[in-house]
Design a protein around this ligand. Structure first.
Ligand code: PEP
Ligand code: MN
Length: 348
């Protein structure tokens, strides 16, 4: 069942540092008496309660007088649960022993699509060796042409699971159709929602009800706020483990496949507590731009990168022109790790 049946969070109650569960329950009980509901978010140091209900009624409760309450803040942005106002500290997401957010930078890499067992296992071994923290690979592919390779489906999911067993790397794969949700959720460690589905609201609500982190890619023509509203759909259902991904947007520029909007990284970090990563492969479509833009993304404060790499890019069934070969990936990964370290952060 949905966490909230309609309505939205208009007010936030910030609890004092060291508040007790009894104090939090006391506030929740008082809200319930007033016909309102609270959504508790516990951070490293502060607990905040997002309040849904009649703003006037809530304003009439002398909430500041309650033990443990520090202050009441209205939430002004259209998105609530994903906003910085709702949670001031960075969200850190743990996936299969690796972390993303805060001082942890995720290096997600692998081929665009799982094409065969040999191809994926070869890529997975190299990604692991080069220090990647997660493995990517598409099983269901959003292709512009219906005649292009569409992915191996469940067979690819099984191969991804084998690669995880072998390398210990958590796997990220895209979900396009709610009918595949159970299968993808069973095998994947992180469920990717691709650019084309960023505003597929039923799909967003569906992954909001699953206990797996979601990697949400920015739509081809979506604004930052539209991306954050899409994330709100997922978090509203109870799944607060959402990773945002800037993957380039459509502009008049034709020198690159899309235009990487690097300014989105610090802007998202100002507006939201969720981790944000950059995908320089889909953003540019050009293999020689992957390294410079990966480094630029880290410098801009990105919490991770998603890079396409393939054992034989020239023979790839999808996106070979924007995929590093395995040797190139190892070199680029090394430079990324050096820069990450320079910023006092760690990969994974
Ligand atoms: C992908 O990551 O495989 C992909 C299709 O990316 P996007 O949705 O950003 O186009
Ligand atoms: Mn691709």
């Amino acid at each position: 069942m949905s966490l909230f049946e309609g309505g939205s969070i208009e007010t936030m109650i910030v609890m004092r540092e060291g508040t007790t569960p009894v104090e939090v329950d006391h506030v929740l009980e008082r809200l319930a008496e007033a016909g309102a509901r609270g959504h508790v978010s516990t951070g490293d140091t502060v607990t905040v309660i997002g309040v849904m209900g009649d703003r006037e009624v809530i304003a009439g409760i002398p909430m500041e007088a309650y033990p443990g309450v520090e202050k009441i803040l209205p939430i002004l942005r259209p998105y609530k649960l994903v906003s910085r106002e709702f949670r001031t500290s960075d969200t850190v997401i743990e996936v299969g022993g690796t972390k993303i957010g805060g001082s942890h930078v995720a290096l997600i890499a692998g081929p665009c699509s799982v094409e065969s067992r040999e191809q994926l296992l070869s890529a997975a071994d190299s990604m692991k060796e080069a220090g990647a923290s997660m493995l990517r690979g598409g099983a269901y592919k959003p292709r512009t042409s219906p005649y292009a390779f569409q992915g191996l489906g469940v067979e690819a999911l099984e191969i991804l699971a084998e690669a995880r067993e072998r390398t210990g790397l958590p796997v990220v794969t895209e979900l396009m159709d709610p009918r595949h949700l159970d299968a993808v959720a069973e095998y994947a460690d992180v469920i990717q929602i691709g650019a084309r589905n960023m505003q597929n609201f039923y799909l967003l609500s569906a992954v909001g009800q699953v206990e797996k982190p979601v990697l949400l890619k920015r739509g081809l023509s979506a604004t930052v706020d539209e991306l954050l509203m899409a994330a709100e759909y997922i978090v509203k259902e109870g799944n607060n483990r959402v990773i945002l991904c800037e993957r380039g947007i459509r502009t008049f520029e034709t020198a690159t496949r899309n235009t990487l909007d690097l300014s989105a990284v610090p802007i998202i970090k100002q507006r939201s507590h969720l981790p944000v990563i950059v995908d320089p492969s889909h953003a540019t479509g050009k293999v020689d731009l992957i390294e410079p833009l990966s480094l630029a993304a880290i410098a801009a404060g990105a919490d991770g990168l998603m890079i396409e790499a393939h054992p034989a890019p020239e023979a790839a069934l999808c996106d070979g022109g924007q995929s590093l070969n395995l040797r190139e990936f190892a070199c680029t990964a090394k430079r990324i790790a050096e820069l990450v370290q320079w910023f006092g952060k760690t990969v994974g």
